[in-house]
Design a protein around this ligand. Structure first.
Ligand SMILES: Cc1cc2nc3c(=O)[nH]c(=O)nc-3n(C[C@H](O)[C@H](O)[C@H](O)COP(=O)(O)OP(=O)(O)OC[C@H]3O[C@@H](n4cnc5c(N)ncnc54)[C@H](O)[C@@H]3O)c2cc1C
Length: 275
């Protein structure tokens, strides 16, 4: 875990029907140093109903860093049904305390890329928005975002964006089908594909990028952000957690690259019906 920052909510605003923006501030902001990755995310320990921080924490994208005398970190939270994070997003108030711990980013577009394709669901919209905002002029950008409500669409200046309306995200993600259309005809030249959203859906897209299109790992970044019916999946995963961890560790220590390790790990999850 990184050195935790103890922050306080300065402002809460509804961005669109499915997203609430929260700005965090406090003296600890002085210790915050950006990672320099456009999809930088942090584990937030949000207040439980009794005010105590959620010990396990949830990942949220640092949407932007608001400059000012004190400085603020802005995050946008999806207000889906259930969940510690989504429930808090609905009741968040200035003065609430939030602990920010581990931070990481995955977006690594090659320096000589001339195009990028961004695909995600509404949980990835904060990351996609920041990536687009930080994209250098001249880069061709196509974005496809699946949102529960048409009014979740927003301006993404410089990106050729398609909004796909899927009212009930918890009953299934259409990212694999969208990817199939979107990736059928890749632009010429060097580019980068970034995909984030529901875990089973993003795993399917990764397999498409790697095994059907044969793209090298440097040409894409794929991140599972959340999981449909996470409680059931977690219960089943926990039953054999030692086995899965052993498979991961063995694959990693055999000198294989990250994508080969994932292939081995996912093959085992598929056998267990856990993809
Ligand atoms: C690197 C990274 C960056 C992320 N950035 C963001 C972000 O900027 N904004 C954001 O809102 N989320 C983001 N997420 C996703 C977020 O961490 C998960 O959605 C998380 O599960 C939310 O926690 P929760 O307490 O609301 O729900 P949980 O307690 O984790 O889950 C409760 C139930 O809600 C369902 N659920 C969880 N997330 C969703 C969803 N998005 N839509 C529909 N149902 C859901 C689960 O399937 C489960 O059944 C990110 C995840 C990662 C890994």
């Amino acid at each position: 875990m990184d050195d935790p920052l103890e922050l306080v909510v300065a402002e809460v605003a509804t961005v669109s029907p499915s997203l609430v923006r929260v700005e965090l501030t406090g003296p600890d902001i002085a210790r915050y140093t950006p990672l320099g990755l456009s999809d930088e995310a942090a584990v937030l320990h949000l207040p439980l109903p009794d005010g105590e921080p959620d010990p396990s924490g949830r990942w949220y994208t640092i949407r932007d860093v608001v400059e000012g005398p004190a400085g603020r970190l802005a995050v946008e939270l999806v207000t889906h049904d259930g969940g510690v994070g989504a429930s808090w997003a609905r009741r968040a108030r200035p003065g609430d305390r939030v602990v920010v711990s581990t931070r990481r980013g995955w977006f690594r577009r090659p320096a000589d890329a001339t195009w990028q394709i961004l695909l995600g669901d509404v949980a990835a919209l904060p990351a996609i928005s920041r990536i687009v905002a930080e994209t250098p002029a001249g880069m061709r950008t196509a974005a496809v975002v699946e949102v529960p409500d048409p009014a979740d669409a927003r301006e993404l200046p410089g990106a050729d964006t398609t909004w796909v309306h899927r009212p009930d995200q918890a009953s299934g993600s259409g990212l694999p089908e969208l990817a199939r259309d979107l990736l059928a005809d890749l632009p010429d030249g060097r580019g980068y594909v970034y995909v984030a959203g529901e875990a089973a859906a993003t795993r399917a897209v990764r397999r498409m990028l790697r095994h059907e299109l044969g793209l090298p790992p440097s040409a894409y970044g794929v991140i599972g952000y959340w999981r449909i019916d996470a409680e059931r999946w977690n219960r089943r995963y926990e039953q054999s957690v030692d086995t899965y961890q052993r498979i991961w560790a063995a694959a990693e220590s055999s000198g294989r690259d990250d994508e080969e390790v994932l292939d081995i790990y996912e093959a085992r999850l598929a056998e267990a019906g856990l993809l």
